[in-house]
Design a protein around this ligand. Structure first.
Ligand code: TRP
Length: 334
């Protein structure tokens, strides 16, 4: 990968960002922006597939943008934009829909999962055509690499299939993207149920540390973290199988200090002390992010300006690709 390799990551504006998102992904975005030509889309149009109330999506988009800038994405380095600010996404999505088969969309596992979960509720056609919009997101930017988890690989596959079909029908137009495995982030588990990943849909909010949680709340969550009942000089040790709760605290502690879980384990004998020290180490990292986040949320003019910078940069690329696409098809110029 070089600094000119175009890499696109997108994230849906749904809900608050938690410590697992930060240590698992966002922190790497901040580091990675200097190693590639990074584009980061806040995909608000994708969120519309499940939006049924006014006002929610815009606020969530703004809040996520503030968080991305607060963790250190630099608008002069990376291109951070809201998907709906770049109308080429919607325009290319229609062309994508006309180049993907009904059968292909029906086979998407995410579509099947989501519709099963929403049984009895409103299922929008957007949930079905979602991959066409995602293909547009990716192909608009001549994206070389898309870092994704396993749940998104099928979406990258279908994007490649659409691009291959389009190029075959209308001539070489799109760059074929590769799905790449993101730089390994920390695996953060729920503080209450340490064998499950930290998640905002966690049964109890006590298991999930939000980046915007006040320090007293963060400390309380760490103090209440599930550990073990055995005691003794060896109670605090790094053993994911036998002691998942303790291992999770040690891994979080390691991730925020750059040390190893074993080193940290050697310094503690009691769970209580480990919990407090881990909470404090986490806060040392989260405090400046939360402060910057609130500053930005209190200065919406500045946030809007930063997003305009991103949208302008994104549109420059996207409009060229859309034009090329229209030309390849032979649409009548306006
Ligand atoms: N579907 C992705 C998810 O749910 C979000 C997404 C939309 C995306 N467009 C994208 C991811 C383009 C990578 C590239 O996580």
């Amino acid at each position: 990968m070089s600094t000119t390799t175009r890499v696109l990551s997108c994230i849906q504006p749904t809900g608050d960002v938690h410590l697992g998102n930060y240590l698992g992904a966002l922190r790497n975005w901040e580091r990675g922006q200097h190693e590639c030509d990074a584009f980061h889309g806040i995909v608000d149009l994708h969120a519309l597939t499940v939006t049924e109330e006014p006002g929610v999506v815009g606020e969530a988009t703004l809040s996520l943008a503030a968080m991305l800038f607060a963790v250190g994405l630099d608008p002069d380095v990376a291109t951070v934009f809201a998907q709906s600010h770049v109308p080429e996404h919607s325009e290319l999505a229609w062309i994508m829909q006309c180049n993907v088969a009904y059968g292909e969309l029906s086979r998407m596992t995410q579509f099947k999962d989501k519709t099963t979960k929403r049984e009895g509720q409103f299922i929008s056609a957007g949930l079905f055509t979602y991959p066409a919009l995602q293909a547009a997101d990716i192909l608009l930017y001549d994206t070389a690499e898309v870092p994704v988890g396993d749940d998104q690989r099928q979406h990258i596959e279908i994007t490649r299939d659409i691009a291959i079909r389009f190029n075959h029908r209308f001539g070489e137009t799109f760059v074929l993207p590769e799905a790449v495995t993101p730089a390994a982030g920390a695996r953060v588990m729920s503080l209450q149920n340490p064998t499950a990943k930290m998640s905002k849909s966690d049964d109890s909010s006590a298991g999930c540390v939000e980046i915007v949680d006040e320090p007293s709340v963060v400390m309380k969550k760490f103090k209440r973290a599930v550990t073990d009942s055995d005691t003794g000089p060896d109670a605090v040790r790094f053993d994911r199988e036998a002691k998942p709760g303790v291992a999770n605290l040690l891994e979080i502690h390691a991730a925020v200090t750059g040390r190893t879980p074993e080193e940290i384990a050697a310094e503690f004998e009691q769970y209580g002390a480990l919990k407090v020290a881990t909470g404090e180490a986490v806060l040392a990292v989260l405090d400046p992010i939360r402060t910057r986040y609130h500053e930005l949320m209190d200065d919406r003019g500045e946030l809007a300006r930063l997003l305009r910078v991103g949208a302008l940069k994104a549109r420059e690329v996207a409009s060229t690709t859309l034009e090329r696409t229209h030309r390849a098809i032979g649409m009548l110029p306006a």
